[in-house]
Design a protein around this ligand. Structure first.
Ligand code: BG6
Ligand code: MG
Length: 220
């Protein structure tokens, strides 16, 4: 049986939240807005535009459209400096094992990320070749929890949504997978990701037997 396995990127394959945090924090501070790691948690899976909107809301600040665009560019330029230093050591534990296991079982694999920097990050950690389809922030018009990103991935792989499995670390991403009628697997805290069909703290907990069961499972 052929299934499609769709992976989110940030927080699932690599821990880039720490770099988003540094870049957003510098930007917020330059505007006189304080920005905590708890607030950064709330930006996981959230688009770049919406992230800046939220930071401005937290700081009670209104800016012109022009300044908004300038700040978005500034944040991304700083983020890209951190990304440029990434290498394979930043792949989260056991992600390659799970990817290789799925490939050995001839399963289809896609990326489903909100990031416009997804391709550059996959290249830096040398995982691009593992993906048959890459859907990212440059291909979608509706942000998670809208299921668009995952539905495009399924379509590109030619697999129906009920035969897709999504790995996600954000609440919005789990909701998007559920709305797409796909099997959702949360990677992270069960208290946060309780809407997922299955939850693991990381990929080291995902055993071969579970992968085999997923390959033959049906969403109920
Ligand atoms: C998501 C991240 O994957 O991508 C968010 O969890 C980020 O924190 C969003 O804002 C957009 O990413 P980028 O790289 O296009 O700014
Ligand atoms: Mg994520």
């Amino acid at each position: 049986m052929k299934k499609a396995f769709i992976f989110d990127l940030d927080g699932v394959i690599v821990d880039t939240a720490k770099y988003h945090f540094l870049a957003w924090q510098n930007l917020a501070n330059s505007l006189g807005i304080s920005f905590s790691s708890a607030q950064n948690e709330q930006l996981k899976g959230v688009s770049r535009v919406r992230s800046l909107e939220k930071i401005l809301e937290w700081g009670n600040k209104t800016i012109s459209e022009e300044e908004f665009t300038t700040l978005m560019t500034k944040k991304n330029e700083e983020y890209l400096v951190y990304i440029s230093k990434m290498d394979t050591s930043e792949i989260l534990p056991d992600v390659p094992r799970v990817l290789d296991s799925l490939i050995s079982k001839e399963q289809a694999i896609a990326l489903g990320s909100a990031s416009k920097n997804a391709r550059v990050i996959l290249d830096k950690v040398q995982l691009t070749d593992k993906f048959q389809a890459i859907v990212d922030g440059t291909n979608v018009s509706k942000a998670k929890p809208d299921p668009e990103v995952f539905l495009i991935g399924a379509k590109e792989l030619g697999i129906s949504p009920e035969n897709c499995v999504v790995f996600e670390d954000s609440v919005a991403g789990i909701q998007a997978a559920n709305r797409a009628n796909m099997i959702s697997i949360g990677i992270g805290d069960p208290k946060v990701l309780h809407e997922a069909d299955y939850i693991f703290s990381d990929f080291t907990e995902i055993k071969e037997e579970f992968i085999n069961n997923l390959v033959s499972a049906k969403k109920v």
